[in-house]
Structure formats: C-alpha cells, structure tokens
Design a protein around this ligand. Structure first.
Ligand code: ADP
Ligand code: MG
Length: 485
C-alpha cells in the first residue's frame, strides 16, 4: 500500500484495520534477486561485489541490505545501484530505495590499524539502552560522520558553525533547521551533532521517513502510547529529511505535538530538509512557522575551493587507509575538483571510484581513463570538452607551448592564441568566468571578459579569424571523440 495521505481518520479503528490489511505484503526473495543480478551483470561482477550483499530487512518501500565493508558499499552504490534497484523493482515495484548497512565480518577485525573499517560498526548502543530492540535500528549514528572530518568552505560554514554551537550549548538555537540539496552534507552535520551530544544526553536521530514508518506501525499495533513516550523522552531529537512529511497529515499532527512537548521541556531539536521552511509543500503553516522559529541555515553547492579541499582530504584519508599506496596525482585531483560540480557526495564518490580502479588494476588511471570512470558524474558538455583539451589543441594550432600560453608574456604571437583559447573555453564549456580565469594561470575574470570581447570583435571583420575559430572548434569537438575510451 502506498502511504500518501495519512489523515487523522486513520485513528479510527475500523478504517484502520481495513487499510492496513495488506500493509506487509510478502517478503522479497533475495536469492531470486541475486541470481537475476548474476545473469544481468555477469559472473565476474557478481562474484567480486554483488555476492557480498546480504538481505537484512524489508520496509514499506525500501530495503535494508548489508555489505561487509564501506569500500564495497561505495563501489556498489556508485556503479551498480541502479541495476540492483531495477532488478528488485522487477520483483517488487513498491521498493523505491535501498539502504546499506555495514556489517563487518569477524575476520576483518584483525586487519591491524584499519581504523576506518572498524569504525563502520554503526549500531551504537550507548545511552539508548532504554529503547526496545525494534527501535534501536532507527537510531543509527554513524561514527564516521564527525565534525572533525567535515570540510568547511564558504558554502557550508554557517551550517557547520551553527551545528557546533548547538552541540556545545543545547537550546542555543532551537530548533536548528539545516537545508540544502542532495549530497551537500546535511546528514553528516546532523550525525556529527548526534555524536557529540550523545556523550551526555539521550539522543534520537531518525529520518522523517522512518519516523513515519514507526508512527504507522504504532497505529497498527495500537502502540501509540509507547511511540509518544519514546519520542518525548529524548533530550535531543534529530530529524533528517523532513520534506518527506509532506501531505502526511496525521503524522504532522503527532510530530507537532512531540515537537512542542520537547521544546517545552528544553530539549534540542535539529531538522534537515531539502528546502527552506517556507518552501515546504503540503506541510501545515503552523508547523512551518515553528520550524523557522529558531535558526535556519543552508548548505549550498561547494565552490571550487571547497571542492578542492574535499578531494584532497578524501584522497589523503584513503591513502592512509591503504597504507600510502594510493597516490592520486595532483592532475586527477584537480580534474575532479574542476569537473564534478554537483554535490559533495559526487565528489567523494568520484575519489572512491579512482581508488577502486587503482586497487583493481593495480595502477592509477590516466586522465582519459579517469574521464571514462567518471563519465556519468560529468556534465556531458564538460565531459566532451575540457579546458585542458582546448588549450592543447589551440597551442598545437598556433605552434606555441602550453607554458607560453599560460605565461604572463604579452607578445602578440602569444596574446591572440591565448585569447582564442579563452574565447573557445567560454563558448564550448559552461565554466564561469572566474573558473576560466583560474585555468589560465589565475587571470582575473575581467581579463577573461576582455579576451572574449576581443575575439568576438575580430571575428566580425577578419575572415581568417572566423576560419581559425571554426577549424579549432571542429578539432576540439572531433578530436575529443577519438580521445574517448
Ligand atoms: P545530504 O544529507 O545533504 O544529502 P550527506 O550528509 O549524506 O548529504 O553527504 C553526502 C556524502 O558526502 C557523505 O558521505 C558525507 O560524509 C560527505 N560530505 C558531505 N559534506 C561534506 C563535507 N563538508 N566534508 C566532508 N564530507 C562531506
Ligand atoms: Mg541526507
């Protein structure tokens, strides 16, 4: 059954039983899914990766699966998640999401100081012992997502600082509401707050989806009293992705009461969402206004500097993890930081893929291989035409070296090619002016504008220039096809 509108009428018994009759349909047969994936993806992939995935539990519309290490989880999610989900959906179309839990196998424990892997045991039982087993799995705080490994830059500094404040001094900002797009670090921040505060407080960390699931289950089992007690007993309530509450009237009602009860007794509430409180759709006005009552901060897309810092940090973390055997070149790091413009999750995923590649093939990928490995993460246009490619082709065309092009020398035979390369970068990529400036030896964006304008003007009166530009454009676009692997 699809849980969309949960109106208060669900509290009514007869209605309730009728609607929850088919609540738990038959469980998915995981063996079937596995053998289907073996067929679809081939024995190699199956044996190396998919076989290690085990079924843990099925929820209303998502599956909890387990893998033995973080590495396998990252590899599988970055490469096969879509196919796995597709296969699962062919057996059970209600499943829309998969979650992985890392269940470390005993024998991995004695791998010396492999600290990151050991930290992967995510069930933390401290301070939540009063919770019944069934609730335990909803209160998962991941020890790997901490303040000390959260990289900050201008796009997330405010959210980070507010999170630190809340962790130092409960009720400083109450509630704290953090919003931003997918993969920007919201869950990481909530988790860090939870880790910090659970040292001295009863902490509850739950996604809105799970809150809803528990809520529905409690209604079904006539367990609402326990549900209420349970949530109202906590000192710190962290709710992730509250946008999922939209339209769920009954749940909103219950949440609102819990929310007020907690604020009244001085508990701290922290919420995350993919949008600002006033942009939440189908959520009651009074709830939105309570959400905005404390501090509202956003996390934005990482800018170039933050992307670079994150790539560096991730690279060195993984290098440490694999005892100094993974040295991702500066060139590749730079490539990732310049080309992967989406979320932090994608950046981290990109670094993980490079590392996986080098572990499997025992060598670091070159730039062409990197492009191929990261193909789906790269913006299509960006993927085809990189600044590097443009510079190389323009230099070759005008018979100058790249050093000359990137130098500050202003000889006429260098200035035109340089301006031409800048112009082509502007029209063939979606890079911003400051980004282009950076790629041309940190030139100011005004220089970039000047170059673009100069070439545009020249094109109007100089047929040779028009011809050159066309030839270069063809080469850049055509050459690129040959470069693809
Ligand atoms: P969201 O909840 O906003 O969708 P997550 O918190 O799940 O995003 O972040 C996605 C991934 O990126 C996680 O692995 C997280 O640890 C990592 N991450 C996000 N932001 C940062 C950051 N500033 N520093 C380090 N890792 C980050
Ligand atoms: Mg999240």
């Amino acid at each position: 059954m699809v849980l969309t509108e949960l109106s208060p009428i669900f509290m009514n018994k007869s209605f309730k039983s009728k609607n929850f009759e088919n609540f738990k349909a038959e469980n998915l047969n995981w063996n079937l899914v596995q053998s289907e994936m073996k067929k679809k993806l081939g024995l190699d992939i199956y044996e190396s990766w998919l076989k290690k995935i085990e079924f843990v539990e099925e929820f209303n519309n998502y599956l909890l699966l387990s893998v033995p290490t973080r590495f396998i989880r990252d590899w599988v999610t970055s490469r096969y998640l879509d196919q796995i989900l597709q296969t699962i959906k062919s057996y059970k179309k209600e499943i829309i999401r998969i979650e992985f839990k890392i269940i470390e196998k005993k024998e991995r424990k004695d791998q010396g100081k492999n600290n990151i892997d050991q930290l992967d045991n995510i069930d933390d039982k401290e301070n939540i012992s009063f919770i019944k087993d069934s609730y335990l799995q909803y209160n998962r705080i991941d020890p790997n997502k901490r303040f000390d490994n959260f990289v900050t830059g201008s796009s997330n500094k405010l959210a980070y600082e507010a999170s630190i404040k809340v962790s130092e001094n409960i009720s400083h900002y109450n509630p704290l509401y953090i919003y931003g797009g997918v993969g920007m670090g919201k869950t990481h921040l909530l988790n860090s707050i939870g880790l910090q505060l659970k040292k001295n407080n009863k902490v509850m960390f739950i996604s809105a989806e799970r809150f809803m699931y528990q809520f529905v289950k409690s209604i079904k089992n006539n367990d609402m009293v326990k549900f209420k007690e349970y949530f109202r007993n906590t000192d710190v309530l962290l709710i992730d992705d509250i946008q999922f509450m939209n339209g769920k009237e009954a749940m909103q009602e219950e949440f609102f009461h819990t929310f007020n009860a907690l604020l009244d007794k001085g508990s701290q509430i922290i919420l995350s969402s993919d949008r600002a409180p006033n942009k939440l759709s189908r959520i009651q006005e009074r709830i939105k206004s309570r959400f905005s009552g404390g501090l509202v901060v956003d996390v934005q897309k990482p800018d170039y500097d933050l992307r670079k810092k994150i790539v560096q940090k991730k690279t060195s973390e993984l290098d440490n993890l694999y005892s100094g055997q993974i040295k991702i070149s500066k060139e590749i790091q730079e490539f990732i930081a310049t080309e992967i413009l989406g979320s932090v999750r994608e950046l981290v995923g990109a670094v993980n893929r490079i590392v996986s590649f080098s572990r499997i093939y025992n060598k670091l990928p070159n730039l062409a291989e990197t492009k191929s490995i990261l193909k789906d993460l790269l913006n299509l246009v960006e993927n085809k035409v990189t600044i590097d490619l443009i510079q190389t082709i323009v230099c070759k065309f005008f018979k100058i070296s790249k050093n000359e092009m990137l130098s500050s020398r202003r000889s006429r035979y260098l200035v035109r090619p340089r301006q031409t390369a800048i112009y082509l970068t502007k029209i063939l990529t979606s890079k911003s002016l400051p980004e282009i400036g950076r790629e041309f030896s940190n030139r100011d964006h005004t220089t970039i504008i000047h170059s673009v304008k100069t070439i545009e003007k020249l094109k109007e009166k100089d047929p040779v220039m028009v011809d050159n530009i066309n030839k270069l454009k063809n080469q850049i676009l055509y050459n690129n096809k040959e470069n693809e692997i």
